[in-house]
Each structure stands twice: as C-alpha cells, then as structure tokens.
Ligand binder design. Structure first.
Ligand code: HEM
Length: 136
C-alpha cells in the first residue's frame, strides 16, 4: 500500500468529518428551537470540528512537504480560496471557543447572531474548498 496516499486519505477522512461538524452543528442550532443545553453540545461539536479542519488542513501541507520537499504550486485563485478557508477556520474556532466560555451570560439574540456567523463561516469555507480543489 502506498503510505503517502494512505496519509492523504486518512487526513481527508478527518477533514471531511470536520467539515460535516462545522456545517451541520451550526445549521442544527439555527434549525431547532433555541435550547441552551443543546446549544452547548453543538458548540463543542463545532469547536472541535474547526480544530479538526485546522489540524487536518495543516497535515495536508505537511504530507506534501515531507514527500516533495515543498508545498504544492498553487495559482492565485487557489491561494485566495485557501486563504479564505484559513481565515474562516481561525474565526470559526475562536468564535466557537468564545461561545463555550461566555454564552451563558449572553442574550438569546446575541447567541443566535453568533450561530448565524458560524453557519456563514462554514458555508463560505465549504464553497472555497470547491475552488481550491478545482483551481489547484
Ligand atoms: C486551516 C484551514 C484549512 C486548510 C489549510 C485546508 C486545506 C485543504 C487542502 C490542502 C485540501 C486538499 C485540496 C485538494 O484536494 O486539492 C482540502 C480539501 C478540502 N477541504 Fe479544506 N482546509 C481548511 C479548512 C477547511 C474547512 C473549514 C472546510 C469546510 C468547512 C474544508 C473543506 C474541505 C473539503 C470538503 C475538501 C475536499 C475537496 C474535494 O476534494 O473536493 N476545509 N482542504
């Protein structure tokens, strides 16, 4: 078995489940009637999901660097898509962590606004992923 491909495939497994968690967790929170106790579990799911995206995204780069001694050559559109993903992941992780730390003292309206932002960030990153895939 090709170890390099195995590395990419296992990284992709984590990356795919992370993407499902950040999109699904935020959409579920908005879709269901507001329930603070459920929202906290969903915030954990989303926070861990963003962390998984950052770790597995870095792992993609690390595997390429290990095998080729350099990062893949990307065109300007692919670089822009990657930058959007990184910005979304950093913001999404920070917001979800803040939610876990502070949401208990927030109004219901503010909590819902944060979930909207988290859903928007996840949808933006998922859209950017398609451009990174086909323009790299
Ligand atoms: C630090 C942030 C991230 C980095 C560095 C990163 C990096 C990467 C890389 C290098 C690939 C492989 C590209 C290719 O196949 O040509 C990839 C694929 C993918 N990423 Fe990310 N990513 C990040 C965040 C995200 C986020 C937040 C999402 C979704 C919410 C996401 C969704 C995807 C999907 C769905 C694919 C597979 C695309 C396909 O093969 O069709 N990524 N990512």
């Amino acid at each position: 078995m090709d170890i390099q491909n195995l590395g990419y495939a296992l990284t992709q497994v984590a990356h795919n489940f992370g993407a499902s968690a950040v999109v699904g967790g935020a959409v579920a929170s908005l879709w269901l009637a507001p329930r603070p106790e459920l929202d906290r579990s969903l915030a954990w799911l989303v926070c861990v999901g963003w962390a998984a995206q950052i770790a597995s995204g870095a792992a993609f780069g690390a595997i390429s660097f290990y095998y080729f001694g350099k990062f893949p050559d990307l065109g300007s559109l692919a670089i822009a898509a990657l930058a959007i993903k990184v910005a979304c992941a950093a913001s999404g992780f920070s917001l979800a962590a803040l939610y876990l730390l502070r949401a208990a003292s927030w109004t219901a309206a503010l909590r819902r606004r944060i979930w909207h932002i988290l859903a928007g960030l996840s949808a933006t990153a998922l859209t950017a992923a398609a451009f990174l895939r086909w323009f790299s």
